[in-house]
Each structure stands twice: as structure tokens, then as C-alpha cells.
Design a binder for this molecule. Structure first.
Ligand code: DC
Length: 220
């Protein structure tokens, strides 16, 4: 008997979604470490596709060509960094050019379908994991064992990102976050939204450890 790759299997998936600067990456990494699970930054995968398009001279508005990249490129995201077809893109995917283009890439339904399949395969190979993004609990793993939706006040999110990037002013970062919030929430396909059964955690006044402890308690 051959196994059906689409058949639902029980995976230990923790989905952490939320807008830019809500603390997803730091929290998801710490939760994964504490649980002995692997962690996947799905935003890095969208950024990797944007990087591959830009470096290959492909217009990010060219939906079919960008989808083709998402379907064919080998994207590796792990604790060592991000590689696209073996080329290290860890630094470049966080740069302003990719950050400007990534919302267009993430709005492309064929790109979303390709990356969703890769994210499911990643978790299947490991029996689960901690995945962070915008649509993990709503689309990629609607049956996740635990869904967490992290938020924080826009000013807090902008201040956190400003500290991370160091070379941009608070105003520039705040404007970029507002622009990406609007694009991520307003797009037609799989917009950023909170799953009905997600646990909502406002991280504005919490420390990272406080958020992590709160998530781990939910699993007890
Ligand atoms: O989390 P981030 O800023 O690195 O995400 C980059 C972009 O990818 C952002 O525009 C949102 C988008 N994204 C998405 O649409 N779905 C995901 N699961 C993860 C990220």
C-alpha cells in the first residue's frame, strides 16, 4: 500500500503568528529550544524568494516567474542561516531591497502555495516543530497542537525593530512596519489574521521570558 502524502498525520506543531516586531522570532526560537523541537522562520522563506528574484534580475511583479523561483529554488532555513540554491543569503534577506519587495512576493498565491507545501513537508520530516509566520495557524497548520497570536502596540514593535537594525531611524522603521502591516493584513490570499482558536498574547509589556513561560504553561 502506498502512503498518501496529503493524509493528515498527527504532528506536534506549535504555530506562532503575528505582525512584524511582535516578538515572534525570539519567542518561537526560545519555545523550540525549551521543548527540544526545531524552529522554522517562514518569513525568511518569503524573503529568500524575493532575494532570488532580485539577484536573478526578475521583476518581483512578474507573478509567474517569481512563482517559478519559489517552486524550483532550494531554500534552506536553519540555525546556520538562509541559503538559496546553496548561496548564503542570511544577511541580504534582511536588507532594505528585499524588505521593500517581500510583501509583493508574499501576496503571490502561487508562491504561497509552493512555500506552504515546503513548510508542511519540513514539519512532516520532523514529526512537528515550532513555525512562525503570518498564516501558520490559519492556513498551513489549521490543526496545530497550539496556536499563539502575538501582538504588541505599533510603537513598541517599531522600537524593537529599530534596536535590531541599528542603521535606520525610528521614524523610518515605524513607517515600514505600518506599510507592511497594511499589505500583510490587506492582501487577498492568506492575509495576516488571527485564528479563532489562537491564544492571543499582547507582548507590549512582557519580557521574552514572560511570553515564553506563558506559552509553555499553555502546553501543560
Ligand atoms: O516575518 P518577516 O518580516 O520576515 O516576513 C517577511 C514577509 O513575509 C512579510 O511581508 C510577511 C510575509 N509572510 C507571510 O506572508 N506569511 C508567512 N507565513 C510569513 C511571512
Amino acid at each position: 500500500m502506498t502512503s498518501n502524502p496529503e493524509a493528515p498525520i498527527s504532528l506536534r506543531v506549535i504555530a506562532i503568528d503575528g505582525p512584524a516586531g511582535s516578538g515572534k522570532s525570539t519567542v518561537a526560537k526560545a519555545v523550540a529550544l525549551r521543548l527540544g523541537l526545531e524552529y522554522l522562520d517562514t518569513g525568511a522563506m518569503y524573503r529568500a524568494v524575493a532575494f532570488a528574484a532580485i539577484s536573478g534580475g526578475v521583476d518581483v511583479e512578474d507573478a509567474d516567474r517569481v512563482a517559478d523561483i519559489a517552486e524550483r529554488a532550494r531554500i534552506d532555513v536553519d540555525e546556520m542561516g538562509v541559503r538559496v540554491d546553496g548561496v548564503d543569503a542570511t544577511i541580504e534577506i534582511r536588507g532594505p531591497e528585499v524588505t521593500r519587495a517581500v510583501s509583493i512576493v508574499a501576496a503571490n498565491p502561487k508562491v504561497r502555495a509552493a512555500l506552504r507545501d515546503q513548510q508542511r513537508a519540513w514539519a512532516r520530516r520532523r514529526g512537528g516543530g515550532v513555525l512562525e509566520g503570518r498564516d501558520i495557524g490559519t492556513v498551513v497548520f489549521p490543526d496545530a497542537m497550539l496556536k499563539v497570536y502575538l501582538t504588541a502596540d505599533p510603537e513598541v514593535r517599531a522600537a524593537r525593530r529599530t534596536k535590531e537594525v541599528t542603521d535606520l531611524s525610528y521614524q523610518t522603521v515605524a513607517a515600514d512596519i505600518a506599510r507592511r502591516d497594511a499589505l500583510d493584513s490587506g492582501r487577498h490570499h492568506d492575509p495576516l489574521s488571527e485564528a479563532a482558536d489562537a491564544v492571543h498574547v499582547d507582548t507590549s509589556e512582557l519580557t521574552i521570558d514572560g511570553v515564553v513561560d506563558c506559552i509553555l504553561e499553555l502546553l501543560l
